[in-house]
Design a protein around this ligand. Structure first.
Ligand SMILES: NC(=O)c1ccc[n+]([C@@H]2O[C@H](COP(=O)([O-])OP(=O)(O)OC[C@H]3O[C@@H](n4cnc5c(N)ncnc54)[C@H](OP(=O)(O)O)[C@@H]3O)[C@@H](O)[C@H]2O)c1
Length: 254
């Protein structure tokens, strides 16, 4: 019997964790739509890499913090689904796009707060809401949180609060979308070497060592530590996992 093709939409798939997720998902035999904000060339390079594995892929522009643009974004998604994937629905939504902007609670500006809120919470809320008609029954939603929503590291009050909100929202998604067979889970990475937050975890030797020392497995995370977990959540083996927060941090601050 021919297997029914599944399709994932990964936001922020041009770099870092989202890129690794997109490639890992493709390795599971799933086709991938990925989004970028400004780095189109990087996104197209990921598409080419996925196509080399034999899966279909496409890249779309998305500003995850601009809810007003979501209608035209999903108009584009509908066209791409038809033209590239020969279908009108997809199966897995991975809300990964994000920026790392820190600042102490005392000094957080309203501008930074609003920007983080729009990208990391309001955007996730309404992008998922507007995706619902396009997601197949039995599909899955995976939202990215952070270890910072469990432990408190000075400088991340606003960012981590949005991630905490996403964790609550995910349980509500799971509860309300269960009737359609749609599962919703959170993946919460520890500190990972990407461009995130100016690449500090990767490029700042002091920060890198500090995090490695605070991690039971003795090093900081790499994108490859995360993508496979998200890809697993898109497989049949993960079908009964729902409403869970899965921290993937190598045991940070335990
Ligand atoms: N790295 C970590 O230590 C860490 C830890 C815990 C959680 N996380 C979470 O993991 C997710 C990915 O982080 P990362 O480390 O992979 O970051 P990254 O390497 O900086 O990549 C960010 C990705 O998000 C996209 N993006 C940024 N702003 C956007 C916007 N306004 N609208 C749409 N897309 C946007 C970027 O697109 P362009 O390439 O076009 O700019 C890029 O694809 C984020 O949700 C982050 O909060 C990261």
């Amino acid at each position: 019997m021919a297997q029914i093709k599944k399709i994932a939409l990964v936001t922020g798939g041009s770099r870092g964790l989202g890129k690794n997720m997109a490639l890992s998902i493709a390795q599971k035999g799933i086709d991938v739509m990925l989004t970028y904000n400004s780095k189109k060339d990087e996104a197209l390079a990921v598409v080419a890499q996925i196509e080399q594995t034999g899966q279909k892929a496409a890249a779309l522009q998305l500003d995850a913090g601009n809810v007003k643009s979501f209608k035209s974004f999903f108009d584009q998604v509908t066209i791409v689904l038809k033209d590239t994937f020969n279908t009108d629905h997809f199966d897995f939504l991975i809300n990964n796009a994000g920026v790392g902007v820190g600042g102490s609670f005392a000094e957080t500006t309203e501008e930074d707060f609003d920007m983080l809120f729009n990208i990391h919470f309001k955007g996730v809320y309404f992008l998922t809401q507007k995706a619902l008609p396009l997601i197949n029954d039995g599909g899955r939603i995976i939202n990215l949180s952070s270890g910072l929503a469990r432990f408190s590291t000075p400088g991340y009050a606003a960012y981590a609060s949005m991630k905490g909100g996403v964790e609550v929202l995910t349980r509500y998604m799971a509860k309300e979308l269960g009737a359609r067979g749609i599962a919703a889970n959170v993946v919460a990475p520890g500190a990972i070497e990407t461009d995130f937050g100016g690449g500090a975890v990767r490029d700042n030797e002091h920060i890198n060592k500090y995090i490695a020392d605070a991690t039971a497995l003795g090093r900081v995370g790499l994108p490859d530590d995360i993508g496979g977990v998200v890809a697993f959540l898109c497989t049949e083996d993960a079908k009964w996992i729902n409403a869970q927060r899965i921290e993937v941090s190598g045991g940070m601050y335990i």
